[in-house]
Design a protein around this ligand. Structure first.
Ligand code: GLN
Length: 491
């Protein structure tokens, strides 16, 4: 049987379990779709065709033997900053262009144990620094809703591939919005779990106190399924939290009556597009119709400081993390250097792109002896205030609702010469990483055929609550069912 292009994990699993489709067929369908559209979308840095078919054959055997899970045999994409044994892991950087890890990231190991079929590694902004995928050292990815627009970033490839039917689900990483913002821009579901919920072992570090891995999926049910598989304590990650993992699919009940939903007024920011604001206000109206109590009187007054705080803390951590790329240990190494210092300089000159260099400069400046207290220490204090404001808000409300981004997907090239404008596309998402709380983006509608995402936030480890609200909203609206127009031939 021909596998349908836009199956969800749970639909595909049902067909696999009934023997109506095989994993090899599902995988071939995904690979065929990749062949059709990839020239236009560029969602993949590497397509792992042979590996995928081999894993699919194994999955089919497992299914026949009766020992399989809901993720067995389902085609997936992994963002290219998560280590995959034997498959190159580039972070979309020249520095790691030919780096083949000798081990799997913890999340990859977990998915492999469930019988994942990995069709490839996802395009991204270099080292996950960016909001548009244009900072990939290789090529930008394109938005399947409008090829002239960005898919968001840094996990652009993950969102594009799920939205366009090149795989069924993907893993992304989120330091300041990199799962939620592209999910919003491509009309798919993206969840950044609570800091510590998912192991970061084997995730190439950008800003270690902010980074978190999470699912990018076609619907909320799939999001719960993938979170079930990747969440949990890992002693290889000292910041992972030892706390039981509930069955997240149990929270998928379309009932939010009586829930208190807060709307923080600072998130309807200046510069927000009126179309986006309208869509989100309608979405909030829908939540009210579904029985939630809406509290319009929530304030997070330090929100305007979050962007500055993030752009001190993230580059400071990044500059320390990126010091390991010296041309000696692994990755690119400049040939023909005169001395050790010369080798290091030439390696970094070529190996790092402009945005990565900018972050290293920012971080080095913020941490330097003369400025440490004025910038880094101050930013840490602001971080504490922001986290405290969120916990006060959650004493008043069960969840908060905001737009995922202040705009619809922007045009490729539009913000490349203006880093500050680019940084602003994450105003609504990065406070969440600063506070370490979870956030999910769900499709909430369209403005002139371009997707808008709604972000739902909760206190630490409230993923069940977020999924419940997201699920109720999804069931009542079905925005995620609309599919992008990208075709194999022509436009
Ligand atoms: N866009 C933000 C940045 O450039 C966030 C990136 C991310 O979440 N990885 O830092």
């Amino acid at each position: 049987m021909m596998a349908k292009r836009y199956l969800s994990i749970h639909e595909a699993h049902e067909l696999l379990a009934k023997g109506e489709v095989s994993s090899v067929e599902l995988t071939e369908a995904a690979l065929q779709r990749i062949d059709e559209v990839e020239e236009k979308l560029r969602a993949f840095v590497t397509v792992t065709r042979e590996l995928a078919l081999e894993q699919a054959r194994h999955a089919d055997e497992r299914i026949k033997s009766g020992e399989f899970s809901v993720l067995t045999g389902i085609p997936a994409m992994i963002k290219d900053n998560m280590c995959t044994r034997g498959t190159r892991t580039t972070c979309a950087s020249r520095m790691l262009e030919s780096f083949v890890p000798p081990y799997d990231a913890a999340v990859v190991e977990k998915l492999n144990a469930q019988g994942m079929v990995m069709v490839g590694k996802g395009n991204m902004d270099e080292f996950a620094m960016g909001s548009s995928n244009e900072h990939s050292a290789f090529f930008p990815a394109h938005n399947p809703w409008d090829l002239e627009r960005v898919p968001g970033g840094s996990s652009g490839g993950a969102a594009v591939s799920v939205a366009a039917g090149e795989c069924i689900y993907a893993l992304g990483s989120d330091t300041g919005g990199s799962i939620r913002q592209p999910a919003g821009f491509c009309s798919v579901v993206g969840l950044k779990p609570t800091y510590g919920r998912v192991s970061r072992y084997g995730l190439v570090a950008f800003a270690s106190s902010l980074d978190q891995i999470g699912p990018v999926t076609r619907d909320v049910t799939d999001c719960a399924i993938v979170l079930n598989a990747i969440a949990g304590y890992d002693r290889q990650d000292s910041t992972s939290v030892d706390r039981p993992v509930p069955d997240y699919t149990k929270s998928l009940v379309p009932d939010i009556s009586g829930l208190r939903i807060g709307v923080p007024r600072e998130y309807f920011v200046e510069g927000m597009e009126s179309g986006v604001e309208q869509v989100i206000r309608q979405a909030i109206g829908k939540l009210e119709e579904l029985g939630a109590e809406i509290d319009w009187d929530v304030s997070l007054p330090d929100t305007p400081a979050a962007l500055a705080c993030y752009y001190i803390i993230a580059p400071s951590e990044a500059m320390a993390n990126l010091a390991r790329y010296d041309g000696v240990k692994y990755g690119y190494s400049a040939p023909e250097a005169k001395s050790m210092w010369d080798a290091m300089e030439k390696t970094r000159q070529y190996g790092f792109g402009p945005e990565v260099k900018r972050r290293i400069m920012l971080g080095t400046y913020a941490l330097s002896a003369g400025y440490y207290e004025a910038y880094y220490l101050k930013a840490q204090k602001v971080r504490t205030l922001i986290a405290r404001e969120f916990s006060e808000a959650f004493a008043q409300c069960d969840v908060l609702v905001t737009p995922t981004s202040p705009t619809v997907p922007f045009r490729i090239g539009e913000k490349m010469d203006d880093p500050l404008q680019m940084y602003l596309s994450d105003v609504c998402t990065l406070p969440i990483n600063i506070a370490g709380i979870p956030g999910i983006s769900v499709p909430a509608g369209f403005v002139d055929d371009l997707p808008v995402g709604m972000q739902i936030l909760g206190e630490p480890f409230s993923e069940e609550m977020l999924l419940r609200v997201a699920f109720a909203y999804e069931q009542a609206t079905g925005w995620g069912e609309r599919k992008p127009p990208v075709q194999g031939k022509g436009r």
